[in-house]
Design a binder for this molecule. Structure first.
Ligand code: HEC
Length: 191
C-alpha cells in the first residue's frame, strides 16, 4: 500500500516542478517585436504625453538629479514652521524604521529589517548637519536614499527635526515651561 502512495506523491511533485518551470520561462516580447494586442501593432509602448525624464523637469531637485544639487540647495533658516514640516516628513519617511523618537525601533525594524542605529549616541550627536543631509540624499549601507522623495528644503527640515529629537534627551527639566514639565509626569502626554 505504501509504495503506490509514495509514487503518487512523487508524481505530483514532478508536475509541480514542471509548473514552476513554466512560470520561470514565460513568453515575452523582444524590444521592437510586433504585437496584435495594441492598436499600433507594436509591443513597445511609448511614454504617455507629459512624461518627464527622471532627472529633468520637476524632479531635478531630487536625488535623481543629485549630481547637480549635491549637498547644495540653500539651507532654509530654522523656524517653527520648518521644524513642524520636518516633524511631519520624519514621521512619514524615517519613523517607520528609526522610530518616532529616533531610537531605531520603528515598526519595519521590529518586523525584521536591519535595526538602524539610535540617533541618541555620541557619534551621531557629534556628526555635522551636512552628514545627515548626505545620508538622506544618498542613503547609507542598507538604508536606501530618500532624495527622490524629499526635495532639498525637506531634507533640511528633517535634519532640523532629528537635531530637535537629539536635543530633547538632553534638556534639563528646569528649562521646560510649566505645561511641558507637567507632561513629563504624564508619560509625555500633555495634561
Ligand atoms: C527602511 C528603513 C529606513 C528608513 C525608512 C530610514 N532609514 Fe535611516 N537607516 C536605516 C538603517 C537600517 C540604517 C543603518 C544602515 C547600515 O548601517 O547599513 C540607517 C542609518 C541611518 C543613519 C546613520 C548613519 C550612520 O552613520 O550610522 C542616519 C543618520 C539615518 N539613517 C537617517 C535617516 C533619515 C533622516 C531617514 C528619513 C528621511 C531615514 N534614515 C529613513 C533604515 C532606514
Amino acid at each position: 500500500m505504501r509504495t503506490p502512495a509514495a509514487m503518487l506523491a512523487l508524481l505530483m511533485l514532478c508536475s509541480c516542478e514542471r509548473g514552476m518551470h513554466d512560470m520561470y520561462d514565460q513568453p515575452r516580447y523582444g524590444a521592437d517585436a510586433p504585437s496584435p494586442l495594441f492598436s499600433d501593432g507594436s509591443a513597445a509602448r511609448s511614454p504617455p504625453p507629459g512624461t518627464q525624464a527622471y532627472s529633468a523637469g520637476a524632479l531635478v531637485q531630487t536625488t535623481s538629479g543629485r549630481w547637480r544639487d549635491r549637498a547644495s540647495g540653500a539651507r532654509p533658516p530654522i523656524t517653527l514652521a520648518l521644524l513642524q514640516r520636518g516633524h511631519q516628513r520624519y514621521d512619514v519617511y524615517c519613523a517607520p524604521c528609526h522610530g518616532l523618537a529616533g531610537d531605531g525601533d520603528g515598526i519595519v525594524a521590529q518586523r525584521g529589517f536591519p535595526t538602524p542605529p539610535s540617533y541618541h549616541q555620541d557619534r551621531l550627536r557629534d556628526a555635522p548637519d551636512a552628514y545627515f543631509y548626505g545620508v538622506i540624499s544618498d542613503g547609507y549601507g542598507v538604508m536606501y536614499p530618500y532624495g527622490d522623495r524629499l526635495p532639498t528644503s525637506d531634507r533640511w527640515a528633517v535634519v532640523a527635526y532629528v537635531r530637535a529629537l537629539q536635543t530633547s534627551r538632553r534638556v534639563h527639566a528646569d528649562r521646560l515651561d510649566a505645561r511641558d514639565r507637567a507632561s513629563l509626569d504624564h508619560g509625555g502626554a500633555r495634561p
